[in-house]
Write a protein that binds this ligand. Structure first.
Ligand code: ADP
Ligand code: MG
Length: 737
């Protein structure tokens, strides 16, 4: 009987129910396929496999042999030195030569490598008394004599196999055990059929699948391993991109879009004409790209990426006014109330030249969970009747009972802060809105509004292409002119005097009409988490440090009236210092604020720090960001790396790349949150080029064959379906509109 990839691991020799459940529970390995996609974490170079007779003292070597026995002893110490446990194994090679391997404070080795174990020991050989000895060698367990392995055949095999795969392991399932199973599986498997056509492999210079699967686990040399990895990365990314594009094609097959094409002499144009500044080149490019999407009779799915301060709001307003020009409505949805308030304010200011909430002007409303019942009832009525043109809101916009007369454009700001379920709800809302607008005929395709998703968290290109493989991306890669540079400084507790200097500086800035933010990680003090709390810091700053200034406080647990008042006092300049939590992280725009102080900065991630810093340098003069770090918690290496990255760069894209490198893609967005399928071998920081190649390839395939029905694509179709169990629903989370 031949083994198949879909077989359970119990089909492998020596795998009983107990081992099978350890594989399943510990590593999620249930089938042979799971086992073979449990890729090596790294490779250990076995060096030259030698017999003792060939070894020169002081030379690095790998010696293979069978463990005969163990002895342990403990050093006697003089003075205060610590005592050492020494465990020593005697190991016999195939030639009969015996050497010893010693381990310090690792008595567990005697259990790992009991008598009868065959293992490879790598290190430098030393002569100790008359013995040859390896001190603290790297060890790779190869198997047991009782299982039919002997030192001679093991050495033989390793001579051809310099690179030993080291697998991610768990308790009770060491790497060598996994290696044994993988090898058994590869022995029993027939040649694996390829799902990619040969001409593609030729064109992309890829090795075939069978060679790749064998080569990643048992590479004879580094070149083979690298070629194997390249092929498997290609497969992983291609099937992901195919899945995304295929899904997109399917969605589009069932939907129609609206014609929201810009009109001559409309309000969108009037809005641009009335702006107090000329749009940047990047903004103009965004108008072009979005304008084309709006005109198409397919729903727009566009991601607008732009660093803090790049001017996304203007682009959003322009996009929404195109709906108004077509006598439709538009909605702007944001993640926080503070941001909703501010966007509402900005919108009404920006639209003032066109007339806002006047007879014949543009009707703009704000809907959040702190809208009163009366307000809410009125706004809901006017959304349904079509009287309201633009609505700004939080996820209150998603609540039951919110219905539009005819929703043309939806803009979602900072979309990654919304959960998956909210994104799905938003899409349902869109469908519902279209239905209420009676645009879709009975049984006909749904008519969906155009969706623009904005984010100020620059996403590295590789991640954007992967996460948003089905979205078009516009990047605002140019800041408006006249931006003030921001100087960033890190202050650790050994420089305590600089804290006083900073407070002196804030006082000077305040005297000159400028403002400072002080951001704290916590609202209130707690015993569990040591750190600066906004409430206490506000008290300390207002009574002890700046008794002569007006110091306000904003945090998420305050009532919205109190929050509004505090924000308004800071915005108007009546208050010079604003102590807050990260509620001010996104979008808050107070141009005369020039100092951003972040307490316990080590608690924040790179993108958060970058966002917070983006609150200053918005036109009020030379700006400063001061990061206090290590005052309440020890600085880890990761934290240091993050803080140094922030201090060293103000380029959001560069920082995002660094963040991706430090944290890995899954964590950057949160696996669940992003819906990013688990990548087993591809690394988005390393494999950027392959992301691009596979995306283009997938696009071409799906463009020519939207449902992958052609016989030429049968294996592609099968592979995508097999990889993403549950079919394309695996991609549901990726959907944004
Ligand atoms: P973000 O992309 O962070 O949302 P905003 O839309 O809040 O940026 O814009 C930041 C600031 O830059 C705002 O005060 C806005 O009025 C201003 N701004 C936008 N576009 C331009 C431009 N083309 N020239 C000058 N200032 C601009
Ligand atoms: Mg913004």
């Amino acid at each position: 009987m031949t083994l198949r990839l879909a077989d359970p691991v119990t089909e492998l020799p020596g795998v009983g129910p107990k081992l099978a459940s350890r594989l399943g529970d510990g590593l999620g390995i249930r089938t042979v396929h799971d086992l073979l996609t449990h890729y090596p974490r790294r490779f250990q170079d076995a060096g030259d496999v030698l017999d003792l007779s060939e070894v020169a003292e002081g030379q690095p070597a790998t010696l293979i042999g069978e463990v005969l026995d163990w002895s342990t002893r403990r050093t006697t110490t003089k003075g205060k030195g610590r005592r050492l446990d020494i465990a020593e194994a005697r190991v016999r090679q195939a030639s009969g030569a015996v050497f010893s391997a010693t381990f310090f404070n690792q008595n567990w080795r005697a259990n790992q490598l009991g008598p009868g174990t065959v293992a490879a020991f790598s290190g430098k050989v030393k002569r100790f008394r008359s013995d040859l000895q390896l001190a603290s060698p790297d060890v790779q367990r190869l198997g047991r004599v009782s299982a039919g392995l002997d030192a001679a055949s093991a050495a033989d095999r390793l001579r051809h196999q310099r690179l030993l795969a080291v697998y991610p392991a768990v308790d009770g399932l060491p790497s060598f055990k996994l290696a044994e199973l993988v090898e058994a599986a590869l022995d029993a498997l027939p040649r694996l059929p390829d799902w990619l056509p040969e001409d593609l492999l030729d064109r992309q210079d890829l090795i075939d699948l069978d060679a790749a699967v064998r080569g990643i686990h048992l590479p004879p040399d580094p070149a083979t391993r690298d070629a194997a990895r390249r092929r498997l990365v290609f497969d992983e990314l291609l099937s992901l991109q195919l899945g995304l594009q295929w899904r997109r094609a399917r969605l589009e097959a069932d939907t129609l879009g609206l014609d929201n094409a810009p009109v001559d002499r409309g309000r969108a144009q009037a809005f641009l004409d009335a702006l107090p500044f000329p749009p940047t080149g990047a903004q103009i490019r965004a108008f072009d790209g979005i304008g084309q999407d709006l005109a198409r009779l397919r729903p727009m799915h566009r991601l607008l990426q732009g660093d803090v301060g790049s001017g996304k709001t203007v682009v959003a307003v322009w996009a929404m006014l195109n709906a108004v020009d077509r006598r439709r409505q538009a909605a702007l949805m944001v993640p926080t109330e503070v941001l909703a308030d501010q966007h509402y304010r900005t919108l009404t200011q920006l639209l003032a030249p066109l007339g806002v909430n006047l007879l014949d002007g543009i009707r703009v409303e704000l809907l959040t969970s702190s809208s009163t019942t009366t307000q809410r009832r009125r706004i809901l009525g006017e959304l349904l009747s079509g009287d309201v043109d633009l609505v700004v809101g939080t996820h209150a916009l998603l609540e039951e009972g919110v219905r539009f007369a005819d929703l043309g454009v939806i803009v979602i700001d900072e979309q990654h802060r919304f959960g998956v379920s909210q994104r799905v709800q938003l899409k349902d809302k869109a469908v519902e809105a279209a239905a209420v607008g009676a645009k879709g005929g009975d049984g006909g395709p749904a008519v969906l509004p155009d969706v623009l998703v904005m984010t100020a968290t620059p996403i590295p290109r590789s991640l954007a292409l992967t996460l948003y493989g089905d979205l078009d991306v516009t990047v605002l890669d140019e800041l408006p002119p006249g931006r003030e540079p921001i100087t960033t400084q890190l202050i650790t507790p050994d420089q305590a005097h600089r804290r006083d200097a900073l407070y002196g500086f804030i006082r000077e800035e305040a005297a000159a009409g400028r403002g400072a933010y002080v951001v704290c990680p916590f609202v209130e003090e707690s015993k569990a988490l040591p750190g600066t709390a906004a409430v206490e810091e506000h008290k300390r700053l207002s009574t002890e440090v700046f008794p002569d200034l007006d110091v306000e406080l904003v945090h998420g647990r305050m009532g919205s009236d109190a929050k509004d008042t505090a924000m308004a006092r800071f915005r108007s300049g009546d208050a010079q210092v604003l102590v807050s939590t990260t509620v001010i992280e996104v979008g808050v725009d107070v141009p005369h604020a020039t100092v951003m102080v972040i307490e316990d900065a080590e608690r924040f991630g790179i993108s958060q720090l970058h966002q917070l810093r983006g609150r200053v340098g918005r036109g009020g003069g030379r700006s400063f960001c001061v990061l206090f770090a290590g005052w309440n918690a020890e600085l880890t290496d990761d934290a240091k790396e993050r803080l140094e990255a922030i201090a060293g760069s103000t380029d959001g894209f560069e920082l995002a790349e660094t963040d991706l490198r430090i944290r890995g893609a899954g964590q950057l967005f949160g696996q669940k949150q992003s819906g990013l399928p688990d990548l087993r071998i591809a690394d988005l920081t390393e494999d950027l080029e392959v992301v691009g190649v596979t995306r283009d390839l997938a696009r071409d395939v799906v463009a020519s064959d939207p449902d992958l029905r052609s016989p030429d694509h049968a294996t592609l179709r099968a592979e995508v379906l097999a990889r993403y169990e549950g079919g394309l629903d695996a991609f549901a989370a990726l959907e944004t509109g």
